[in-house]
Each structure stands twice: as C-alpha cells, then as structure tokens.
Design a protein around this ligand. Structure first.
Ligand SMILES: N[C@@H](CCC(=O)N[C@@H](CS)C(=O)NCC(=O)O)C(=O)O
Length: 290
C-alpha cells in the first residue's frame, strides 16, 4: 500500500480522548504509513559507505536541501575536503527506520551525516547541527565571534523552531490531512503568515538575514521559505499570498540564482522532471552526467 492508498479511518465529530491513548489504527492522510508512536529500528540494514570522508544520508526535502546547498557552497569556494557522498534515504519506503541509519540518527529523520575523517567517525543529526558542524569544520558561512555569530545562530535556530509549524502544522493540515479542518488550517495559516512577516520585516532592512553576508542561516531558511515563496510547496502559494512578501521573494531569488544552490537542490531529489533527479551524488561529475 503506498501513501495515497492509505485506508481512511472515520473520525467521530464528538471524539472524547480516552484516559490512555493506544495505537490502534493509522491516523489517515498522506505519509500516515511512516508515523509510529515508538522510536528504534524496524529492520536490520547497514548503510552504504563511499570514498569521501563525508557521508550524507538524506533526501531532497527542505531539510535535506539545506545541507547539500552548504556542501556545494563549500566546494564552490574551493574547499576540496568538503567532497561528499550523498546516499538516498527514501522515507516513503521507511528507510529511516533501518538499523544503520538509526545508528547515525536515533531520531529516524533525514538528513544525517557521518564524518569519517575523525577517529572514531563523528555522527551528526538535526540539519541545524549539521550546518554548524560543517561551517565550523571548514571555517565558512558562520561568523566566528560576537554579534554577527549570535545573529547568525539566532536566525538558524529561529528556522529550526519555526519549520515544524510550517511543515508539520500548516502543510499537514492544508495539504495532507484526510479532511480539511478549518480550526487547524486557520491556526497554522496565521502562524505561517506571521513567520513570513518576521522574515519580510528583517529582509526589508537587510540583503541577507544577518546583513551583507550570506550564511548558514540563509541556507536553512531558504530551504523552507524559498520553497514556499518560489515553488508552491503544499500548493499553498496563492492561499498564503506569498507574492505579497516582496523582500522574502527577492531574497529567495538571489539565493536560488547561485550555482551551488542549483546543484544542492538536485542532490537526493527523486521527484520532478527526470533530468533534474539525482538519487545519489558522489562527485561533481554526477551533475554533468544526468
Ligand atoms: N528537525 C529535523 C527534522 C528532520 C525531518 O523532519 N525530516 C523529515 C523529512 S524533511 C523526515 O525524515 N521524515 C521521516 C519521518 O518522519 O519518518 C531536522 O531539521 O533535521
């Protein structure tokens, strides 16, 4: 059964929560087949390992794109040690629950990174932690001290805290839930529009999120809000009137015009036009072949 064939349970309008919740049925809606109330592996599976020190296990979603954009930006800057193997973790098929993946990310979500240049290898999970780890390792795209560093980390963590309301809240109830519930859609639409306005007001004063410098805070926020204002994720561009956030659109377009961003957006992408897909990436030559 794939995600669109999920049996739709009936939800009573007069639901009263029981004293203790029990897991009795799929909750319905797209992606319900990967939702579980427990952590841990569902099956044994080792992860593949390539030739580069950095091994990325991911998928080309907004959270995955943040990391591939940073890696491509580091390479664009001539930092050859940032070469990486990007392996596909197909979350629709439950590959995030394999034992090897869980050893790198106990939270079972992409992206996850293994740095094999250290002894023992260093695992990093949570996209924000991966961005900071790589930026510090290579000394780029993260100010090293003072107010600039504080501002960069503030906008990075703002994004990490805000995205679940955008994806898990708004995106879920607007696009994926088995029924349209106005209460939920109104609640999360209000929040997402507020988030867009937070960005809009900042970007009305600044070229990038912390000022003139492009940093990991921009990459993280672009992954989500760039997709929202430029690529109609959740089919919600009109509903949210994204064009009215003119500075967010201007900022997202400037980032998207960067060659490294164009490459990063393609890595681990398994949907869209055939020629833009790239399930795995092992060298710069992969972009020429496909
Ligand atoms: N806070 C995490 C969120 C990662 C996340 O939600 N990843 C999604 C794809 S965008 C995922 O792997 N979902 C699989 C699942 O929930 O089973 C991060 O930023 O790394």
């Amino acid at each position: 059964m794939n995600d669109t064939e999920q049996a739709e349970p009936n939800f009573p309008a007069d639901y009263e929560p029981p004293e203790v919740w029990t897991w009795e049925k799929g909750s319905g809606g797209r992606f319900a087949n990967i939702n579980r109330p427990i952590a841990g592996p569902t099956h044994e599976k080792e992860l593949p390992v390539g030739e580069h020190p950095l091994q990325l296990y991911s998928l080309g979603t907004p959270n995955g794109v943040k990391v591939t954009v940073l890696l491509e930006e580091l390479l664009e800057r001539g930092i050859a040690d940032a070469e990486y193997d990007a392996w596909l973790i197909n979350i629709g098929d439950g590959e995030q629950f394999g034992s090897g993946f869980i050893a790198v990310n106990p939270n079972s979500k992409i992206p996850a990174l293994l740095d094999r240049s250290t002894n023992p290898p260093t695992r990093v999970f949570e996209s924000g932690a991966i961005l900071v780890y790589l930026a510090e390792k290579f000394g780029a795209f993260l100010p090293t001290a003072g107010a600039a560093r504080a501002e960069c980390l503030s906008w990075l963590f703002w994004q990490m805290g805000s995205a679940p309301y955008l994806g898990g809240g708004f995106g879920h109830f607007y696009a994926y839930a088995p029924m349209k519930i106005q209460y939920c859609i109104d609640r999360y639409t209000m929040e997402v529009k507020r988030q867009l306005d937070v960005l809009e007001r900042n970007l009305a004063e600044r070229r990038f999120l912390i000022g003139d410098d492009y940093t990991i805070a921009d990459m993280a926020n672009y992954g989500w809000y760039g997709a929202l204002v430029l690529h109609n994720i959740y089919g919600a561009a009109k509903f949210l009137d994204v064009e009215s956030y003119t500075n967010v659109v201007r900022w997202a377009k400037e980032i998207e015009a960067r060659p490294a961003v164009a490459r990063g957006r393609r890595v681990n992408k398994i949907w869209g036009a055939e020629e833009t897909r790239m399930p795995e990436r092992h060298s710069a030559a992969d972009f020429d072949r496909s």
